[in-house]
Design a protein around this ligand. Structure first.
Ligand SMILES: Nc1ncnc2c1ncn2[C@@H]1O[C@H](COP(=O)(O)OP(=O)(O)OP(=O)(O)O)[C@@H](O)[C@H]1O
Ligand SMILES: [Mg+2]
Length: 454
């Protein structure tokens, strides 16, 4: 995440010189460190796009080994970081070695403040261009479900199901709380199906009963008062495409019978019309209601249910998806900072924890709205829980109780939670995630393969 308003990190063990550098670079916001450990901490904390560093660092300031180690570690955390190495006079060999290792540039001490300022400015500009480039590349994913952001095992399984059934004509019933992404999945199903026609959605709960029939089936001119011209309904409009019946649980009883007839015969008759019109549509339904319960109460036809429920997809609420809240939060924040032209916004540690702890009853939509509001309203670039309208996070993890005592299952579940959580927190960066987890990169790759985490 290299962007222009991340602070500059100045690594210099001579405190007087450190002060002097900071002072001569006062047009950049900067943070400082005087040894390798504290520098790495600053790197993780601020994700600086540009770093200036001395190669001779304690405990052995006369050798360059700590400096090279630090350079390597900074680039491990984020290879896009622009590191400018400040070397002693006559130390060209080390300067060249640093550049060979991936440093952006080097300057010999004592440096000219103007030259250093310019070098840093150029580094920021390059970092910004590269970040923009990465963003544009990410936009070009042709995947049907590319808009679906998740790393949760259940959601990934659902995405695979959607892709697998897309090419069939099977009716799909999407069940999930409000804001869980039913429409996103329905659209994904349509895109993956490669059906030539349109994706047409109609919300059965939002339209009064008397209008819903003509909305769905269309009408002939003069069918009723006000029917000035023949108008095709949504079903017909979706011919060769996909029809999404949203909030299907709210479909009035009279229309349930009519819809069932359409699903059996695959023809419709417009209101006031006499012709049967053949329509080829894939139907996908969604509801947040418990259809089984509605059937038990006599409010939903069982025979219609079985027509609609050829494939049933239960979408988990956001609170039970591992790591997704933070993952989505990062993605939305990036999207909104670009839309609001606010440079790069980021989260405070507390904000991240608060996002992890909030139950998100309104699911992804609630999270999306919270981030949109925060990205417009926040007074600083580092969003706090206050900015997100969330309570400060509780300290200490609540002891998760497990009923499942099979050690292997417990261990795998714990590993999965930690890995998915670390990947979410590091925004998918494997190097950072392996650091958070305290394992090497190859080990993390192995674990991900074993636990089928993508
Ligand atoms: N996994 C996801 N990745 C990215 N964006 C998502 C995801 N899930 C949902 N969204 C976004 O969240 C918002 C709500 O999603 P959607 O409209 O699909 O929910 P829904 O289940 O249809 O909700 P409702 O029941 O209220 O109609 C949309 O703006 C959608 O783009
Ligand atoms: Mg919806």
């Amino acid at each position: 995440m290299s962007q222009s308003n991340t602070p500059l990190l100045i690594v210099e063990d001579d405190l007087a010189l450190q002060k002097q550098i900071k002072w001569s670079l006062d047009r950049f916001e900067s943070v400082t460190a005087s040894d390798r450990e504290s520098a790495l901490l600053q790197v993780r904390r601020h994700q600086p796009a540009v770093v200036t560093m001395d190669l001779g660092l304690p405990p052995d300031p006369d050798s360059v080994s700590e400096g090279f180690k630090l350079l390597e570690q900074i680039l491990d955390v984020d290879p896009a970081t622009k590191v400018i190495v400040l070397t002693g006079q006559n130390d060209q060999a080390n300067a060249l070695r640093a550049v060979a290792m991936g440093a952006y540039d080097f300057l010999a001490k004592p440096f000219e403040p103007d030259v250093l300022n310019l070098t840093i400015e150029r580094a920021y500009r390059l970092a910004e261009l590269q970040a923009e480039n990465r963003r544009l590349q990410a936009l070009h994913q042709p995947d049907a479900l590319a808009g679906l952001i998740t790393r949760d095992a259940d959601m990934l399984r659902i995405a695979r199901t959607i892709e697998r059934v897309a090419s069939s004509d099977a009716t799909v019933l999407l069940l999930g709380e409000s804001g869980t992404g039913k429409e996103v999945l329905a659209q994904g199903l349509h895109t993956a199906s490669k059906r030539k026609g349109r994706f047409v959605a109609i919300n059965c709960a939002a339209i009064p009963e008397n209008l819903l029939e003509s909305e769905l089936f269309g009408y002939e001119r003069g069918a009723f008062t006000g029917a000035a011209k023949t108008t095709p309904g949504k079903i017909e409009t979706a011919n060769d495409g996909t029809l999404m019946l949203d909030e299907i649980g709210d479909l009035p009883h009279s229309l349930q019978a009519k819809l069932l007839r359409f699903l059996q015969q695959r023809t419709i008759e417009r209101l006031g019309g006499r012709n049967e019109i053949a329509v080829d549509v894939r139907v996908v339904c969604a509801t947040h209601q418990d259809l089984k319960q509605l059937i038990a109460e006599g409010r939903f036809r069982e025979d219609l249910y079985y027509r609609l429920a050829e494939i049933v997809v239960n979408i988990p609420p956001l609170r039970s998806r591992t790591g997704d809240a933070v993952l989505l939060a990062h993605a939305f924040l990036r999207r909104f900072s670009q839309e609001q032209r606010r440079g790069s916004l980021s989260f405070s540690e507390d904000a991240i924890k608060a996002i992890e702890q909030h139950p998100w009853p309104g699911n992804v939509r609630e999270l999306l709205n919270a981030l949109k509001r925060a990205s417009i309203m926040a007074e600083t670039d580092r969003l706090s829980c206050d900015d997100l309208g969330l309570p400060a996070p509780a300290t200490g993890e609540p002891g998760a109780e497990r009923s499942d005592l099979d050690l292997r299952t417990v261990r795998e579940a714990a590993e999965r939670t930690a890995i998915v959580g670390a990947l979410a927190r590091s925004n998918g960066n494997i190097v950072k995630a392996s650091e958070i987890l305290g394992v090497s990169r190859p080990t993390l790759y192995d674990l991900m393969r074993r636990l089928s985490i993508k």
